[in-house]
Design a protein around this ligand. Structure first.
Ligand code: BES
Ligand code: ZN
Length: 458
């Protein structure tokens, strides 16, 4: 332990510098112009594993490459697979960044850059913990595999195929992911549930081309108005999604779980204030925490149509569109949601409008058992790394491949998040608290020892 602490202290600055190298690579998976950066990030990550002496592959896919690495095999020891992603979200609106997104900058104990917490910084803690344990002990106490992909932020479609086709190569006893958040500063957490997702784009087309709204307005359907009506009627005035059958498979929250959530030291007022709103919104009968982590939702992610330039242009647009998504909870099935949505739109799309519904991607929600020996081991490791025992929380984001791991590899996932809710993920000025980066490395190093000491990981 003293040896580990000394190593982590001695190499702390270099760990930060290496993370900055990765953060300088603009690996935006959604934007095809950044394809070379995505490939460079994969190669950079692979270089880290090669330096550790891990068998390392950069596997090409129909999309972005997957990095697969394994420590030198130690037969008889359990195998843990770390999953993470080296891709990041787009950076717009660029003018709201205090320092440029791909020039990592330290301010107030934080490192600011796109991907700092989601997920380059968090993922990197596990690479550095492996380095530290190898340097201190000469070997790892268990077998480690790493699966680091470049398409998490666009739905992990190629990874899901890869996992299905290479379940032998990815065989393991447990998966560990750090791509979630703590309850708050100084309040580490283990996340036992994430929501699923179903993402769509809807395009509505009316007249052949844009028209003068004075000459034509009032006589034909305006696609932007038709879109607004369709989107608005997907949720009722109680905040419930109106798609028929949407709630049929929703597993209700138990009283015990609701009590446990209510007992977490969180204030709704402080939560609303933290994002700059005076009041909240959502499904009637549920707390804000329940609504944003454990209940299904509908959100418009982007919407367009008509004139957006300077001044006014009185136009009746020919097209309007939106990107939107549902967050799902156990046991909702994105395939069923897609079918229900398609027939709902088919029935409601008004005369004079043609629609196109693009089904982008979907994933099921996950909830993992809290009473496993691996969970207890993770709790002890976090206590050693962060100095206090973790809370057990559910979060509202999605990591699509987790349900595939369960289905194809038959293993559960430990979600050990080092982030914070105010890290500005997917938005301007993303950051990662540097102290949490180093605590995460230590917790991860302790985790390998705690897990190796268990009689069995399954
Ligand atoms: N790190 C997030 C997942 C997350 C977000 C966990 C918030 C806990 C709280 C992950 O990188 C992410 O953003 N996933 C996307 C997946 C989607 C694009 C399919 C998400 O949740 O929007
Ligand atoms: Zn993300």
């Amino acid at each position: 332990m003293a040896k580990l602490d000394a190593y982590l202290t001695q190499h702390a600055d270099r760990f930060e510098e290496e993370l900055c190298e990765l953060l300088r690579i603009a690996s935006i998976s959604a934007d095809s112009r950044h394809r070379p950066d995505v490939v460079a990030a994969a190669d950079w990550v692979a270089g880290q594993f090669r330096r550790l002496g891990f068998a390392t592959d950069v596997v090409p896919t129909a999309g972005h490459p997957i990095v697969v690495a394994s420590s030198p095999p130690q037969p008889g020891k359990p195998t843990v697979m770390v999953y993470g992603h080296y891709d990041v979200q787009p950076v717009d609106p660029l003018d709201q960044w205090i320092s440029p997104p791909f020039e990592p900058t330290r301010r107030n104990g934080n490192l600011y850059a796109r991907g700092a917490t989601d997920d380059k910084g968090q993922m990197f803690t596990h690479i550095k913990s492996a380095e530290a344990v190898l340097a201190c002990d000469g070997q790892l106490p268990l077998n480690l595999k790493f699966l680091i992909e470049g398409e998490e932020e666009v739905g992990s479609l190629n990874l899901e195929k890869f996992v299905a086709e290479h379940s032998d190569r990815l065989a393991c006893d447990l998966i560990v992911i750090s791509d979630t958040s703590q309850l708050g500063p100084g309040q580490p957490a283990i996340t036992y549930g994430l929501r699923g997702i179903a993402c769509y784009e809807l395009r509505l087309r009316g007249p052949r081309q844009d028209l003068h709204s004075g000459t034509f307005g009032g006589a034909i359907t305006n696609p932007a108005r038709a879109l607004a009506i369709l989107l608005a009627s997907l949720v009722d005035d109680q905040g419930r999604v109106t798609l028929p059958g949407f709630y049929d498979e929703v597993v209700p929250l138990s009283d015990a779980e609701r009590q446990q959530m209510a007992a977490l030291p969180l204030s709704e007022a402080a939560f609303y204030a933290s994002v700059g709103v005076g009041a909240g919104w959502g499904e009637a009968g549920f707390s804000a925490l329940e609504r944003r982590t454990a209940r299904p939702t509908f959100d418009v992610n982007g919407i367009w149509g008509g004139y957006q330039g300077e001044g006014f242009k009185t136009v009746l647009p020919a097209v309007a569109g939106a990107k939107f998504s549902f967050r799902l909870v156990p046991d909702q099935d994105p395939v069923k949601i897609s079918a229900a949505l398609r027939s709902w739109i088919e029935q409601r799309c008004p005369p004079g409008i043609d629609y196109e519904l693009i089904d982008a991607h979907g994933a099921k929600a996950v909830v993992v058992p809290l009473d496993s020996p691996a969970m207890a081991a993770a709790s002890r490791a976090i206590e050693r790394g962060f100095g206090s025992r973790p809370f057990a929380i559910r979060e509202g984001g999605s990591i699509p491949v987790i349900s595939t791991f369960r289905q194809r590899l038959g293993v559960d996932t430990l979600l050990l998040g080092w982030g914070l809710n105010d890290d500005n993920t997917h938005s301007p000025n993303e950051k990662f608290c540097l102290a949490d980066f180093h605590r995460g490395i230590k917790a991860s190093a302790c985790l390998w020892h705690e897990l190796a000491a268990l009689p069995s990981l399954r």
